[in-house]
Ligand binder design. Structure first.
Ligand SMILES: Cc1cc2nc3c(=O)[nH]c(=O)nc-3n(C[C@H](O)[C@H](O)[C@H](O)COP(=O)(O)OP(=O)(O)OC[C@H]3O[C@@H](n4cnc5c(N)ncnc54)[C@H](O)[C@@H]3O)c2cc1C
Length: 223
């Protein structure tokens, strides 16, 4: 297999470089920057489907994009968790309604995501997850309760994809589900930044106390 760049890749690279040199400014507000990337169609290059406002890029074009991005003065990404972790999961396991609700907003840079997996007692061994999601009310929605930790960019995120136990009394990897939780739930979702040695805070603790999740926002079904 030839991993070299083709002429088409080099043309793509030249377009990326020109766009970044015209638009990227160090220190730009990260949310506005995500929207600028989205408007130009740069979010979702690696998704296996298009039609969500993203353009498709071959593997070598994705490499060219990453190289040019690193060389530019563009700010660090804050939309990469939605773009690279959630979106491919939804494309593989989401319903059509979930894909059409969430993917265009990720591709547009309008909605930022964080990943709620790790807990104080569940790191490398995710089967130790204790956060629970209990069905509550006639509409089939869930209430999520528990603590996550090391949640990168939770303080900027609009949504969190959370691994939680939906089956009471289940053990290990059984009875876990993947839920899409809105972060803007005052009193039910609290984000506490973890101060790093550098003085900055990129990670957080996230506390869920009866946070509401709509029934249709479970990905891949319960369990
Ligand atoms: C840059 C960065 C960003 C992150 N962002 C997120 C995020 O956004 N969301 C999120 O959910 N998490 C995030 N994490 C957390 C990361 O996924 C956890 O660090 C990871 O789950 C490991 O958990 P832990 O730190 O508790 O270590 P532990 O799981 O406690 O592991 C500590 C050590 O024990 C070893 N160990 C663990 N279990 C065993 C075993 N059974 N047998 C032998 N050795 C073992 C490990 O190899 C390791 O050396 C992030 C981490 C980093 C570094």
């Amino acid at each position: 297999m030839d991993f070299g760049f083709t002429d088409a890749d080099e043309g793509f690279r030249a377009d990326v470089r020109a766009w970044l040199s015209e638009h990227a400014e160090a220190g730009e507000d990260r949310r506005s920057w995500e929207r600028a990337l989205g408007k130009a169609g740069w979010i979702g290059l690696g998704w296996p489907e298009d039609g969500y406002g993203n353009r498709r890029g071959t593997l070598t074009q994705q490499v060219a994009w990453a190289e040019e991005y690193a060389r530019s003065s563009a700010p660090p990404r804050s939309g990469h968790i939605g773009e690279n972790l959630l979106a491919p999961t939804l494309i593989a396991h989401g319903t059509d309604a979930q894909k059409s609700r969430f993917l265009p907003a990720i591709a547009a840079g309008d909605e930022l995501w964080c990943q709620g997996y790790s807990e104080p007692g569940a790191g490398s061994d995710l089967a130790g997850v204790r956060t629970s999601a209990v069905r509550d009310g006639g509409d089939g929605s869930y209430r999520v309760t528990g603590q996550k930790i090391w949640t990168s960019l939770a303080h900027e995120a609009d949504w969190c994809f959370v691994l939680a136990r939906t089956e009471v009394g289940s053990r290990r990897h059984r009875g876990l589900s993947f839920l899409l939780v809105p972060m803007d739930q005052p009193g039910c979702v609290e984000v506490r930044p973890i101060r790093q040695l550098t003085g900055t805070s990129e990670f957080n603790e996230v506390f869920f106390d009866g946070a509401r999740v709509r029934a249709e926002h479970v990905v891949g079904g319960e369990g």
